[in-house]
Design a protein around this ligand. Structure first.
Ligand SMILES: [Zn+2]
Length: 257
C-alpha cells in the first residue's frame, strides 16, 4: 500500500465531503496543517497527527471496507478524518458532541475521536472503524435504532475473532444471573450515559446475528434496506422476540468468560 502525503489533496478531499455543509469553526486551522494517507480503498485525513498513525488507520480502514462491502454487497471507499484533539472532533461533527465516543459516522465520513480511540486495543480499533463505516455505507434512513446499531455491530464483530460472551460481556453477566431481557431495546435504551447502554448494543447485535444465522446475511441486509424506507417488518422471521431470548441464553449462558 502506498502512503502519500499532500496538504492540497487533503484539502480538496475534505472540501468534497463538506461542500454541502456550513464550514465548521476552526476549519482554516485544520487545512493549514492537514496531512493525508491513502490506502488501497481508503483516504485518511489527519490534522497534526503522526504519519505512522495515518498509515495504520489507512490499513485498518481498507480492512474495514472489505468487511462492510462483503456484507452489504457493495464496494466501500472510506474517508476517515483524524482531528488533532477531541475538541476539534466535536467542532467537525454535525452533532457537536463526541463525549464517550471513539469515532463517529458523520456526513459520509468517519471522524476519529483521538483520545478515546487511542485507548482501544488493535481489535477494538478495527471493530469501531468497521461499525462506523457500516453506518456510513448502509445509511440510517428510518431504520429503528436497534437495527442500525445491530447491523453495524454485526458487521463489526463478524470477522473480529472475539467469542460472543466476551464481546457481549455486560449482557452475558445479566443473562447468567437469570436476567434475560424481555423485548428488543427501544430508542430510549440508546440515550448517551444510559445505565444499560452497552447491553442495548449487545442485544441489538445478537438479534441481527440470529437473523443472519437463521435466514442468511442477504436476508438481514434486505430487512435493513426495507427499514431504511420505514418498513421494518419482522413477521417473515416468526416470533423474533421469543427466539432471540432463547438465542441469548444459548450464546451467553454457558460461555467462556
Ligand atoms: Zn453506531
Amino acid at each position: 500500500m502506498s502512503v502519500q502525503v499532500s496538504r492540497r489533496a487533503a484539502a480538496l478531499a475534505f472540501l468534497t465531503v463538506t461542500a454541502a455543509a456550513a464550514a465548521p469553526t476552526g476549519l482554516s486551522s485544520f487545512f493549514a496543517d492537514a496531512v493525508f494517507a491513502r490506502g488501497e480503498r481508503s483516504t485518511v485525513i489527519g490534522h497534526r497527527v503522526p504519519y505512522g498513525l495515518l498509515d495504520d488507520l489507512a490499513r485498518r480502514a481498507d480492512r474495514a471496507a472489505l468487511r462492510v462491502g462483503a456484507v452489504l454487497g457493495t464496494p466501500v471507499r472510506p474517508l476517515v478524518v483524524v482531528p488533532a484533539s477531541d475538541a476539534e472532533a466535536a467542532s467537525l461533527a454535525r452533532t457537536g458532541a463526541v463525549d464517550g465516543l471513539a469515532a463517529l459516522a458523520d456526513r459520509g465520513r468517519v471522524i476519529v475521536v483521538p483520545t478515546t480511540f487511542a485507548t482501544l486495543s488493535p481489535t477494538g480499533r478495527d471493530v469501531v472503524l468497521t461499525h462506523e463505516l457500516t453506518h456510513v455505507a448502509a445509511g440510517t434512513g428510518r431504520a429503528p435504532l436497534w437495527l442500525r446499531e445491530g447491523l453495524a455491530d454485526y458487521v463489526a464483530y463478524r470477522d473480529a475473532g472475539l467469542p460472543v460472551p466476551v464481546a457481549a460481556a455486560e449482557l452475558a453477566a445479566e443473562v447468567r444471573a437469570g436476567r434475560v431481557p424481555r423485548v428488543l431495546p427501544g430508542p430510549e435504551a440508546f440515550a448517551p450515559g444510559g445505565p444499560r447502554l452497552a447491553q442495548a448494543y449487545q442485544e441489538s447485535w445478537l438479534a441481527c446475528r440470529m437473523i443472519a444465522a437463521e435466514f442468511g446475511e442477504e436476508r438481514l441486509v434486505r430487512l435493513y434496506r426495507d427499514a431504511l424506507e420505514g418498513d421494518t417488518d419482522l413477521s417473515p422471521f416468526g416470533d423474533v422476540t421469543t427466539r432471540w431470548r432463547a438465542y441469548l441464553r444459548e450464546q451467553l449462558e454457558g460461555g467462556a468468560g
